[in-house]
Design a binder for this molecule. Structure first.
Ligand code: AMP
Ligand code: MN
Ligand code: MN
Ligand code: MN
Length: 279
């Protein structure tokens, strides 16, 4: 049985439709899958239809953009009721903020002589309700300003780069509360990727656990066995469960995990999926 509880479709910034994501995950041997698009649950119905046809157990998922102590942190929600209004209202607000941020980034790019970035990014988002820096990077590549996504982030879009803007996403307490209100489980996504000090990580995990958060991703993307052992230890120390997710967006790209196939969790972890209610 292989498990993947973090991946993306064209409903956010992935390259494959929800049906294609489920199909590829199944081909890779996955039997338990959560689709976790950024700030949007619109792909779950299509994913569920394909999952039922292919015999994959699909868990409702979402990856919420959060600002914690002026840093962006991603919180994955799993196994929630996707019709629950508290969660949907929060996601709608975060998506509105995405549009405002994209406008502000386009203004900064215009000052660098790059025009039409807002429209260009929106035109590349399959879901006009969910525009991200990935789409802006695709615009910059298409217009010949950068060679690839890595360069788009290192030259313009990354934190502290010329087109970056300060942005307030959801608060950590709101995100955890909304996931809990919808009956779901809250998971800190890819803790390895934030570049936090040991102290910052301890503070984040403490605060998250105190708010009623449930788990951290012990395996994320292409993290090593050594990384997993480290995060397994931290999960246990903070009395949190363990999750695993590829963060797949497209073949051979950012994140780097193989869709649908996370390595087994280190010994001693409490798997988050043992707490799932969804059949
Ligand atoms: P946003 O949520 O709009 O800030 O966009 C963040 C997304 O951009 C992430 O979820 C990744 O999919 C992608 N991303 C972030 N950093 C990089 C990078 N250095 N190279 C390629 N993609 C990236
Ligand atoms: Mn992404
Ligand atoms: Mn993320
Ligand atoms: Mn992700």
């Amino acid at each position: 049985m292989s498990i993947d509880l973090h991946c993306h479709s064209t409903v956010s910034d992935g390259a494959l439709s929800p049906a294609e994501v489920v199909t590829l995950a199944r081909q890779n041997g996955c039997t338990l899958l959560a689709l976790t698009d950024h700030d949007h649950t619109g792909g779950l119905a299509e994913a569920r239809r394909t999952a039922q046809a292919l015999g994959v157990r699909l868990i409702n998922g979402v990856e919420i953009s959060v600002t914690w102590r002026q840093r962006t942190v991603h919180i994955v929600g799993l196994d929630f009721d996707d019709a629950e209004p508290t969660l949907q209202n929060l996601l709608a607000r975060v998506r509105q903020g995405r549009r405002e941020r994209m406008c502000a980034m386009a203004v900064k790019l215009a000052k660098k002589g790059i025009h039409g970035a807002y429209e260009g990014a929106l035109a590349r988002a399959a879901n006009p309700d969910m525009v991200s820096r990935t789409h802006l990077a695709e615009f910059l590549i298409a217009e010949g300003h950068v060679r690839n996504k890595a360069q788009a982030f290192s030259k313009y879009l990354g934190d502290g780069k010329p087109a970056s803007v300060r942005h307030e996403w959801a608060a950590l307490d709101e995100a955890v509360a909304a996931i809990r209100a919808a009956g779901g489980l809250a998971v800190i996504a890819h803790p390895i990727r934030y570049g936090f000090s040991a102290t910052a990580k301890r503070n984040l995990f403490d605060e998250f656990a105190a708010l009623g958060g449930h788990a951290i991703e012990v395996h994320s993307g292409s993290s090593s066995a050594n990384d997993a052992a480290n995060y397994a230890f931290l999960a246990q120390r903070h009395n949190l469960m363990a999750s695993c997710g590829s963060d797949f967006h497209r073949m051979g790209d950012y994140g780097g995990g193989v869709l649908g196939a996370c390595p087994p969790l280190p010994a001693g972890c409490r798997p988050v999926w043992e707490a799932f209610r969804q059949p």
